[in-house]
Write a protein that binds this ligand. Structure first.
Ligand code: HEM
Length: 160
């Protein structure tokens, strides 16, 4: 690949990575403000809309970052570092699919809980589901950071 092609690839990679990482952090900030200002039903409707809209932005950005990242390290010899990076990419994609399915289930559960506010079992299910959702989101965040670190090592051409 020529220098111009490499620079263009790096540009697309940098923009896609920024959207994924920045979007992830921004949703966390928005979630705090939404929790502080919206009542239960509005919060459920808000996150349903935000989650679905963001899915159409964040997922393509992640895919573009993975594809352009793969093109940038193309030809790198297969070693522990590259193997770990591929494993983290796979875990991130699987984790994203699980987190989205769980978020959809949580939206349905929260909607039922706001309609039947006297149901203690439902309230309990919401609490344990919310803990699972937080753990999943934290895992995705950690996998994202791990990927940035591994990618940086790959970019410098050194072994971890
Ligand atoms: C890029 C990553 C993310 C994607 C693609 C995503 C996508 C989604 C989707 C599709 C929904 C379900 C909407 C529906 O009902 O159909 C949702 C709900 C939700 N999301 Fe996200 N989300 C992401 C990251 C986050 C983060 C980082 C947070 C907070 C720190 C968050 C907080 C929520 C909340 C609170 C809900 C409502 C369901 C619940 O109470 O768990 N999301 N999201």
């Amino acid at each position: 690949m020529g220098a111009v092609g490499h620079a263009l690839l790096l540009t697309v990679f940098t923009i896609a990575t920024s959207i994924w990482v920045g979007g992830y952090v921004a949703i966390g900030v928005v979630a705090r403000s939404a929790a502080a200002t919206l009542d239960g039903a509005s919060r459920v409707a808000f996150f349903r809309s935000l989650g679905r809209s963001y899915l159409r932005v964040g997922t393509p950005a992640l895919v573009v970052a993975i594809v352009t990242g793969a093109a940038l390290v193309w030809g790198h010899e297969w070693d522990t570092l590259l193997g770990a990076t591929v494993a983290v990419v796979a875990l991130l994609l699987i984790g994203l699919a699980v987190a989205v399915a769980q978020a959809r289930a949580m939206t349905r559960l929260r909607r039922r809980a706001t309609q039947q506010s006297d149901d203690a079992q439902l309230a309990d299910d919401v609490r344990s589901g919310a803990r699972r959702a937080t753990a999943l989101r934290a895992t995705l965040g950690l996998l994202t950071i791990a990927l940035v670190v591994l990618g940086s090592f790959l970019a410098t051409g050194r072994s971890a």
